[in-house]
Design a protein around this ligand. Structure first.
Ligand code: AHG
Ligand code: MN
Ligand code: MN
Ligand code: MN
Length: 322
């Protein structure tokens, strides 16, 4: 095999603060452990429900809890981490580290409904600077623009880790020796696409503009868009976004009228912001139902939801104009 740059060497080349490197290496190592549990499946008791309901009002799976515990424990033990926040926990958890400099927010296991069917799942991580070493919940409520790093790991045929620290996007594949080796040096999202991703079963609940946009795609070459579209929906944002980073496309989880006061299903701090940082760094766009950049949203609540439209830049513009 050709000699490849591993994650540690890549981070060393970026001239980042030591504490940030330590935080990212800790998160990446926890993703390797999560990958091992995912790969073990039924053999290691990783399938099925935990019996509890989380703060999002979702039935927790055993793997949601296992992944949350692995990440939380590893990150709170990293001296550079001042605190963590998780999709699976009601409140933030400050660390006991006197010199903690970073806040880490995560979706420990994205795509919970895929666990029991052996379909792709992943982990999504967002890193912010900590205003103080004893952070309060308010310290976590920073906009996506304040992120210093974002990454996801996708556990599929291969395990891959995709990372940005604000200098482009690089992709790593998990090698048998447990190292993340760089396989995708500078990921770019093409500006144009003929592929969209949305849960079509919610069509009747969407806003008019989203109805118009999807209708235009479905009309194909004879319709207003003048081209035939393909549709994909993995039901794990991490895998849908990974596809978009690999070959373009657009992903929508829009506002819908089932829960008008909860704008969309996805969470700003654990899903919307880190994925938007990666997508923008790869030359794509990311916006709430087309217009406001997701990373410009000023958070008011830790578990706040946000409508998500992201992917190929020209297609996101089409949705904004629909
Ligand atoms: P999570 O498993 O972290 O709760 O997130 C699931 C999200 C996201 O990954 C995915 O795009 C979406 O839920 C799927 O929703 P539907 O079940 O409506 O397709
Ligand atoms: Mn969930
Ligand atoms: Mn998720
Ligand atoms: Mn999750």
């Amino acid at each position: 095999m050709t000699a490849r740059t591993d994650l540690a060497a890549h981070l060393a080349s970026l001239d980042l603060p030591q504490g940030l490197v330590a935080t990212l290496m800790t998160a990446a190592a926890a993703c390797v452990e999560i990958r091992q549990v995912v790969a073990g499946g039924a053999l290691v008791g990783a399938l099925g429900a935990s019996g509890a309901v989380n703060v999002q009002d979702e039935e927790q799976k055993k793997l949601d809890v296992i992944a949350d515990d692995l990440l939380t424990e590893a990150l709170l033990a990293c001296p550079a981490v001042a605190g963590v926040a998780s999709e699976e926990k009601d409140t933030v958890q400050p660390s006991a580290n006197a010199a903690g400099e970073y806040l880490v927010l995560f979706d420990p296991l994205d795509g919970s409904s895929n666990i029991d069917i052996n379909a792709p799942v992943g982990t999504i991580v967002s890193v912010l600077k900590a205003p103080s070493a004893q952070p309060s919940e308010a310290d976590f409520l920073q906009s996506g623009r304040q992120q210093v790093a974002a990454l996801y790991a996708v556990y599929a045929g291969q395990a891959m880790l995709v990372l940005t620290t604000g200098k482009g996007v690089a992709g790593f594949t998990l090698a048998p020796d447990g190292r993340w080796l760089m396989t995708h040096e500078d990921i770019r999202i093409p500006a144009d696409t003929k592929e969209f991703a949305i849960n079509m079963s919610n069509q009747r609940h969407w806003a008019e503009s989203v109805q118009r946009y999807v209708d235009g795609c479905l009309k194909g070459a004879d319709g207003p868009r003048g081209k035939n579209f393909n549709m994909r929906w993995v039901a794990a944002m991490v895998a849908d976004v990974h596809r978009i980073l690999m070959r373009g496309g657009v992903f929508l989880y829009p506002w819908d009228k089932r829960e008008p006061n909860k704008p969309g299903k996805l969470r700003l701090m654990y899903e919307g912001n880190p994925m938007s940082f990666l997508v923008e760094q790869a030359g794509g766009k990311s916006a709430t139902d087309g217009k406001q950049a997701i990373m410009d949203v000023i958070p008011t609540e830790l578990h706040q939801r946000v409508p998500v439209v992201l992917g190929s830049a020209n297609e996101v513009d089409q949705i904004a104009a629909a």
